[in-house]
Design a protein around this ligand. Structure first.
Ligand SMILES: Nc1ncnc2c1ncn2[C@@H]1O[C@H](COP(=O)(O)OP(=O)(O)OP(=O)(O)O)[C@@H](O)[C@H]1O
Length: 266
């Protein structure tokens, strides 16, 4: 695997080269189904890495292992050098179907993590206000989930994950259930948040264009058993802008190359 720094990548903080998320020789089976075999990768502090692959290749399994949500058989997964055993407060997780409780308002849902961690009320209120603003949900703070559009619900889910300001964000197809236009808009919002707050991000996606637009690096998985078969450094300049970045010839070249690797284009 290639972990050396690459051109076009700004590293503003001193420990930016530190590996935040790492897997070495990771294996996972569900009964006779070998979901993951010999997975090796590292994600650096503040790096944005996407994982692409066909349905069933083990992407969600990998993310859940890194999140400390499911056990694994052999090899090791680490966060900041510590073996992953259980969920950690320095990791925010966003899933495809949102985790919002229907009887709570948007504010009530977004502040859940802060309440569970016993954040003092004043700090909690100001953290939630800030997140609602960042996610453009201030006007909907008192609405209930069923009153929101799909895109707004996913923004609220991202808000839930961000409220404790975790340095690491794991996202499992967060925009998979949305229409293409809403998805493009949320891609731009996610990029803005990442550019402002610089988190270490692992994003699972089925969209090649989404992966190229957002990422510093893309890992491609194949199935049966789930393996990483390719790693592509996305050397597009940052900050990225939807129209300008997508119009770059290099953007099209990355999309075409990844399509070829995944067998979706000839
Ligand atoms: N709890 C489970 N019990 C049994 N088998 C499972 C379980 N979770 C996942 N699997 C199997 O492990 C393999 C990998 O599943 P996983 O959900 O990680 O794939 P994925 O790449 O995320 O798929 P998708 O893109 O469709 O979400 C599949 O064959 C799946 O059927």
């Amino acid at each position: 695997m290639k972990h050396e720094p690459h051109p076009g990548q700004e590293r503003p903080v001193a420990d930016a080269a530190a590996i935040h998320i790492e897997a070495k020789g990771l294996n996972k089976a569900f009964g006779k189904v070998k979901a993951l075999e010999d997975i090796n990768f590292g994600i650096r502090n503040q790096e944005f890495v996407s994982v692409l692959g066909p349905s069933g290749c083990g992407k969600s399994t990998l993310l859940r292992i890194v999140a400390g949500l499911i056990p694994y058989e052999s090899g090791i997964a680490t966060i900041k050098g510590e073996k992953v055993l259980t969920p950690r407060p320095d990791i925010g997780v966003v899933f495809q179907t949102n985790n919002m409780l229907p009887w709570l308002t948007v504010r009530g849902n977004v502040e859940l993590g802060a309440r569970i961690r016993n954040m003092p009320a004043a700090a909690r209120d100001s953290a939630v206000d800030k997140i609602l603003e960042v996610m453009s949900l201030t006007k909907f703070a008192d609405a209930h989930p069923h009153q929101l559009s799909g895109g707004m619900r996913q923004r609220a889910s991202i808000g839930q994950a961000l409220v404790l300001d975790p340095p690491i964000l794991l996202m499992d197809e967060p925009f998979g259930a949305l229409d293409a236009l809403t998805r493009d808009k949320l891609n731009v919002e996610l990029l803005r948040i990442w550019q402002e707050h610089r988190k270490t991000v692992m994003l699972i996606t089925h969209s090649i264009a989404e992966a190229v637009f957002l990422s510093d690096r893309v890992l491609v998985m194949a199935d049966r058993p789930g393996k990483i078969i390719e790693e592509v450094v996305i050397d597009l300049p940052r900050p990225r802008n939807a129209a300008a970045t997508r119009a770059m010839p290099k953007f099209g070249e990355y999309v075409a190359y990844l399509g070829k690797v995944m067998g979706v284009t000839s």
